[in-house]
Ligand binder design. Sequence first.
Ligand SMILES: [Zn+2]
Length: 391
Amino acid sequence: MGLERIKGQDSAVSLLTSAYASGRLSHAYLFHGPDGVGKEAVALEFARALHCETDGLESCGSCSACRMADGLSHPDTHLIFPVPTTIKPAELAELKASGLKAGFRDQDFGRKTAVISVDTVLSEVVVKANKRPYIGPWKVFIIADADRMTTEAANTLLKTLEEPPEQTVIVLTTSRPTALPATVISRCQRVAFGRLSRKDVEAVLLADPRLGFEPKEAKAAAAMAQGCPGVAVRSGRAGLAGELRSVALIMGGSRLTNASSLLDEANRLAYRLGRDEQQKFLNLMLLWLRDVLQLSQLRGSGGSSAGTGGGNASGTGEPEILYAGHRAEIERMADSMNVDDLEQLIHKVDDARRAIERYSNPSIVFTSVLLDLAVVRKRASTRRGAAHGVR
Ligand SMILES: [Zn+2]
């Protein structure tokens, strides 16, 4: 175990392990990369490995240092993160204990109102850094979302960064490195974090049962997380169910009954959602279509698709349906659309996804993709109506 159990951040992990192996750990690191990509999780694992009683940058998981690290109670690991200025000390202790799930903080007040104050930096970093470690040999300070330090706090930290005490490692994490003073950045070794593959996000979500994701849910959550497991952790299972529902309302057709509802929906998606959320939405549309395609192919391979009993091949079993809660709508679509319809739609949604990536006008992109959806739905139902009429 140890840092190598971290998924998808190989370059960050190998930088830290080789620095440790050669006895050249830096006094201060700046972990930078997108929100929710796992910077804090790596920082915590790094601290755990430094404290573990085994040699090297490993953590055994069973020594007393590892057990304390698991409970976030190791006295030589100090985690600091932005909090609202109005917070009371008792609430803060509660937040620290409950806020972390598998290394990902699920509080989202961080963006707007929360700061890291000069008082916090003084009492939690400066004073403690100048004391001996309780258990030793290392003291690790993790300052998460360090760009939320007030100017005064950053200046106070700077003195410690300039004259770092022995056996002390300070890790700053940020998704906005340019928001930090250049003087602070220049004192830190930069470590870049990139987005994870969808597979790695899925693995992260399933690795810790406390996150509560079922395999199917983890797959859907990974599809919408844009390479950042922390995003999925924060929205959680309930958030995921909500997202699936809103995709189902559109794909199931109940929000596309006429031209004006279609335009309303396109505008909502274009103007209410950010670009990341738009990508997420289109990814979920693709997963819906994939579900439909799977069901429809299963029926096709089982013989007549019009039979009421369905052609459920006995040996192969059921395909894995992500939208299990919306099975009836998926089946209805699989009944009415043929493979050409579905492949055409998958193509269109994929084009839309690329258009959003290229910063195309989202209003045009969503109007066009919803129109395609409505047209294919209409064509399929007309065809079905005609087929029934002939009989
Ligand atoms: Zn250990």
